[in-house]
Ligand binder design. Structure first.
Ligand code: HEC
Length: 122
């Protein structure tokens, strides 16, 4: 279980590193390069899911982060659809950089678990 979280955390770190812009008035520090939430998470499936929910906010179709993107609602979608979408990010067929970095860290088994969870969430 903890392996899944670690791989997602790494994926998110890569996603952030690819996009992070230091604030104009400050030089970047080591701390600022870390993703804000990932490192504080515990090591279980619920927390791994919480990382997805941070962007995909299930209830009310909220765009929690990053607010410049349209983040599709994944809760309540068919599990097969979600797995196929994640595979498409991993393979590069879908090209969104954050989701590609995250999906690259997931095994097919992880994708199924996450998809089942979100398919059952409303
Ligand atoms: C950094 C923010 C962020 C995180 C964290 C994130 N996502 Fe995403 N996700 C997005 C964005 C933005 C899109 C839309 C990308 C696009 O336009 O292709 C997306 C798209 C998706 C899609 C396709 C949805 C559709 O309707 O086609 C799935 C499935 C998905 N994400 C699952 C996940 C899962 C599972 C996790 C956790 C392991 C996760 N995401 C974590 C931002 C994020």
């Amino acid at each position: 279980m903890s392996g899944l979280l670690i791989r997602i955390v790494i994926g998110i770190a890569v996603a952030f590193a690819a996009h992070a812009q230091p604030p104009a008035d400050k030089a970047p520090t080591v701390n600022e390069k870390k993703p804000p939430t990932a490192m504080k998470q515990g090591q279980n499936f619920e927390n791994a899911v919480a990382l997805c929910t941070g962007c995909h906010g299930i209830s009310g179709y909220k765009t929690a982060f990053p607010d410049v993107y349209h983040v599709p609602k994944i809760g309540g979608q068919q599990a097969t659809y979600l797995v196929n979408a994640l595979k498409a990010y991993k393979s590069g067929e879908r090209s969104h950089p954050s989701m590609r970095a995250i999906a690259a860290t997931l095994t097919e088994e992880d994708m199924k678990k996450l998809a089942d969870f979100y398919a059952g969430a409303k």
